[in-house]
Design a protein around this ligand. Structure first.
Ligand SMILES: [Cu+2]
Length: 137
């Protein structure tokens, strides 16, 4: 298990480096923490006890791929998996130095602090082929 984990981390680092150079061709209109015009109209967040939760499902990619949430509120991302066995489990959110393997089934809560207006949180799988972005407005 330790070897597998090391391999995945190495993959993330190698692929992640290439990703920075080549950029994303699928949805690549956004960059982390830079102001963008708009990256979609899906709102997948709820506020409970003054904390905003943004829910992203990981299975064969991330859903919704592009969504928005409110700026200025302490925010956590809930990564949901349910029988997920593809590489969307190997998640990196570079702007907060997050790199983890999600469980095959479960919910993983990631604290992203309090985003400012225009911030974009971008997650990417270890191979760089799946991604999601949440814009804070
Ligand atoms: Cu992948």
């Amino acid at each position: 298990m330790r070897n597998v984990t090391a391999f995945i981390i190495a993959t993330i680092i190698i692929v992640g480096t290439g990703y920075i150079v080549t950029k994303d061709t699928g949805g690549g209109k956004f960059e982390s923490n830079k102001k963008v015009e708009s990256i979609g109209n899906v709102e997948n967040s709820k506020i409970e006890d003054s904390i905003q939760y943004v829910t992203i499902t990981a299975r064969g990619g991330y859903s919704p791929r592009q969504s928005f949430a409110k700026a200025g509120i302490p925010t956590k991302i809930i990564m949901k998996t349910n029988g997920t066995y593809d590489c969307s489990l190997a998640l990196a959110i570079r702007s907060i130095n997050y790199r983890e393997m999600l469980p095959n089934t479960g919910e993983t809560i990631i604290d992203i602090g309090t985003p400012k207006t225009g911030d974009v949180i971008q997650g990417v799988c270890s191979m760089g082929m799946y991604n999601f972005a949440v814009e804070f407005r």
